[in-house]
Ligand binder design. Sequence first.
Ligand code: ADP
Ligand code: MG
Length: 402
Amino acid sequence: MKKNIDQVDPAWLHGRTAVVRSDFNVPLDGDRVVDDHRLTESLPTIELLVDAGAKVVLLSHLGRPDGKAVPELSLAPVAKRLSELLKRSVRFIPEQDDTDAVAAQVAELQPGEVALLQNTRFLPGETGNDPKLAAFWASLGDIFVNDAFGVAHRAHASTSGLAEAMIAKGGEAVAGLLMAKELEYLEEALRDPERPFTGILGGAKISGKIGVISALLGRVDRLLIGGAMANTFFRALGLDTGSSLVEEDSIDLAASLIEQGGDRLLLPVDCVVTHEIAEGSDARTVSRTDVSDDDKIVDIGPETRTLFAKEIARSETILWNGPMGVFEIDSFAEGTIAIAHAVADACDGGALGVIGGGDSGAAVDRAGVGDRVSHVSTGGGASIKLLAGAEMPGLESLTEEA
Ligand code: ADP
Ligand code: MG
């Protein structure tokens, strides 16, 4: 087990500087934060440090600026929103190339003060995991706290590089409270799930999720498949999918998963089809055996919703990744919304329900049940990687629990 920030003596933290890697990669509309779920989930770690009287230096990436300063991806709006949420000032430090200026401003911080540095990905050394950049960030503080679960699957200068640099200079690199919470929920679901354990998978593609499908198939009692992913499975069954999104390259793989899964694997029995994936276009329900040449499958049908909801209702552990249809369009969102409600109902009844994946999290919010499910992961790609058992450099580099 990795050491967590709440295992560090608060008296030791007083007056010391904590360098914290958070995941403030939030959607912006101009200079407004559209969805602050990741910010609110990051507060407990920052508040713990502030309460202990530490000086807090926050680091995060935002978007993919590819190693250069992109004004639209500045963290300035995040500093403002974070300050509102924390109810205390957050000093934004926009200088980046001038390390002396950054270090001087950090040195001015008083116990309990919070600063946020500019977008780490404005610097080419971030994704290149440049040891010099990592060493500079490590030089700013006495302890490193990695709370950025969303990038735990990446080896970047501000994640694994910084942890290694902090340990090399004799400091500790510990997990933040959000990181710890994410691991607790996602690993609990996998390690020792209360049964029945149901996995629900959807979304656009099988190819990015092969690891998760295989990992889940070996552990769940039921695996419900929806979204465009189901289309490729339909083809493996020899069904016509018309003009639907299908991964031709993955049909053989789907066939072997069907064989491996046996009656644990449940595919939709009916679907919603349209002629065009667009707002206001036609939507009809058909059996999965009746999809015509110019139909596009865009959602699971009502019979499937009932079938899936019944499986969810009798589950004690539920893990969901990937929407059941093109939920961004109202008339194709009903299947996803129905599943979101089924999961929330099960959680109300005491089941553990964990949602992983960026779009799935958005879908749960759209259904208005975000606060009824046990845990909505802040990590999209990271949660999928973790579930698939992939390496997590951002975690592996941290200090072991004593
Ligand atoms: P997550 O981010 O939760 O892992 P994905 O990124 O894998 O989910 O998939 C989400 C996308 O899949 C959504 O944009 C949704 O519109 C799309 N999608 C789901 N079902 C279909 C379908 N039947 N046809 C086309 N796209 C689909
Ligand atoms: Mg996605």
